[in-house]
Design a binder for this molecule. Sequence first.
Ligand code: ADP
Length: 501
Amino acid sequence: MPKINKILVANRGEIALRIIRAAQELNIKTIAVYSEADRGSLPVRHADEAVCIGPPPSSESYLLGEKIIKVAKESSADAIHPGYGFLSENATFAQQVSDAGLIFIGPSPDSIRLMGNKLTAKEAVKPYGIPLVPGIELPDIKNFNKVKKAASDIGYPLLIKATAGGGGKGMRLVHSEKDLKDQLARASSEASSAFGDSSVFIEKYITNNKHIEIQVLGDQQGNLVHLFERECSIQRRHQKVIEEAPSPVVDKEMRAKMGNAAVKVAQACGYFGAGTVEFIVDQNMNFYFLEMNTRLQVEHPVTEQITGIDLVKEQIAIAEGEKISFDQEDIKLNGHSLEVRVYAEDPENDFLPEVGNLHHYNRPQGLGVRVDDGYEQGMDIPIYYDPMIAKLITFGKDRKEAIQRMNRAIDEFEISGVATTLGFARFVINHPSFVSGEFNTGFVSDHYKPDQQLSNGFGSEDLSNIASALAYTIWEKNRQNLQTLSNNSSKSNWKDRLKYD
Ligand code: ADP
């Protein structure tokens, strides 16, 4: 079996550091590649070697597959870990890596290709009896009257999605037939500019849906297991901001059903490595396959916390050709974990990304708190990449304790220089709907309206939401003062307003 001695990490930020740490624990050498914007970054400092691969735009650095492979060969690396984003779901890159005689730490190019297209993915899993959202495959229907008829058969509202889609881009909600043609044209042009592929398809829009996904692991011998679910329904712009494991609404029976379905999806594409099968869940707790992400997921730490399994080490062992060392029955679910993605974004201004310098940056610590990040005080948040600063992860014996720890960790996290989503996260995790577990992907649009709540005064029925939004706004605006206030007084008003339970 090929032993990996040196890994080139084809990524940046927190995930590059996460991979480097796992490699270090396994005594595997690492090479960081970096753009000019990341010269002083943490992965560059932590890796054994670091090579600059180009200017800041990712099209001139982190997306240059051939250049990255050349660096790997020249530095005698024997494997490449792509992390998430960038080249991680690029089948051509995965193929080029293995053609160059290197190990791609991930699934086969064929699995990536099959699952990278939402329609071929649906086709592939259909024979396995996986529930699918009713939809219309537009490449089959050239005639608009036919599309209109098929759409009304499914029933409005409908969602138009990009076949090559990802990151919530190219999605359009259609409420009625009169908007269908126009929205199809818009979605198609958005898809073309975002993915270089204008093809779109239509799905029934599942109202009040939850997004629940299953972590799977497969080895090259064909063994597959699942590592339970992650609840990812707290989203803005169809993108996750807070995740947890297990889901507060999934019971043992549903967990087993979803887990089995996810394993079948992985079987359908001959999967090996770590992957995630995403499901959308309707109000009656019926689940439907959405897509499979053929890589490590941003929110993988919550699964690691509740299973005690290091997913990056498993990825490396699988890439070396080792068998998974445990059976499904050996995997035990223990405790509860939450992840808050701390973005440099302004939640008061429609989550607009921010750039700037981290004047002050102090991570929370203590029992049950994990911070995966790639920044330190004094560093700049570059404009070129995803504005995530850190992942704040807590673990508790149960959900209540994980939430309590998250509140404490948010209090302790000191960031100044850019607006962040920390105060927004505090609003969410203390909201009655979140605390009850009965929330869906509409949470942010249903409950989080700081501007409206402020300008409307106290006219709304839900006074606790208003109090929380107000407290949040004050907290964001006067973060430094309030930090001092909270340190000096355990009985400040703004803190009391945030308490629901
Ligand atoms: P992407 O690959 O762009 O992230 P996904 O298919 O994974 O797109 O969907 C992202 C999110 O969009 C889901 O978590 C869900 O909130 C919403 N979504 C996707 N499909 C549907 C649907 N058919 N009905 C309602 N919401 C949907």
